[in-house]
Write a protein that binds this ligand. Sequence first.
Ligand code: ZN
Ligand code: MN
Ligand code: MN
Length: 285
Amino acid sequence: MLLGCHLSISGGLEQTVARAQELQINALQIFSHNARSWKMGALKPDEAKKFIEQRQRGRIEYAVIHTIYLINLASPDPKNFQLSVQALKDELQRAGELNIPHVNTHIGAHMGQGIERGLERVVEAIDAVLASPQAQRASTVKILLENSAGEGTELGATFAELGFVLRHVKQKERVGVCLDTCHAFAAGYDLTTPDGLEKTLAELDREVGLKRVALLHLNDSKFPLGARKDRHEHIGQGHIGIEGFRLIVNHKDLREKPFILETPKDDEQSDPKNLAAIRALRYDN
Ligand code: ZN
Ligand code: MN
Ligand code: MN
């Protein structure tokens, strides 16, 4: 099983890999820089090389960069739109340098333009990003679009909205999807019963294609089904619950995909506990 969590890079990339090894995980998600700032300094010359070496030694088989939260690929504000496009280009470059295959991003919010217009903006943004020299240099890196909880005017709460973007971007082979369990549940997709999960995955397959789902974010939800609230909870302590996660992590169409936890970090024991909860659920353990 490919399993890991989102880890802070505040102590440097090197410490992040060390922490991953302590947690005995083989998958990792990071921000490539301060997630609340547009500014991304260049990597130090040996930083990328060290990270790649350490990752190999540490047997971290899968890694993904999560983009900063400021990005809104649908922004109606030209300045903000440009900053968002630029930030995504920078992340692709960074991923290329670090030999990381995926850049995961929230697609953004339409801010009153309406869903259609918002999604068209997202397509425009992704086309611009992938046509850039940076994206061409980082030619093996893919963009993953994460489903949202549908707070406010957030786009991507339905699989049909993600599907719209996937069908309209020019470079389809470079765009995939990340399924966040908390977001899906909050958006009204039931994952807690065999029947609910099958229906959810059938819709995901129809609108997106299961093959294009490259990553799962495993988060329980503080709020009930369809609440449209993006509040993550520890595995088994929220409204998806332990039996929901048992179904999810063992499902034949999901079990081979990388699983990344973005559960709350109350203290040092939070990550080990949530990882242990998932490991205990797998039938092949
Ligand atoms: Zn996310
Ligand atoms: Mn997520
Ligand atoms: Mn979230």
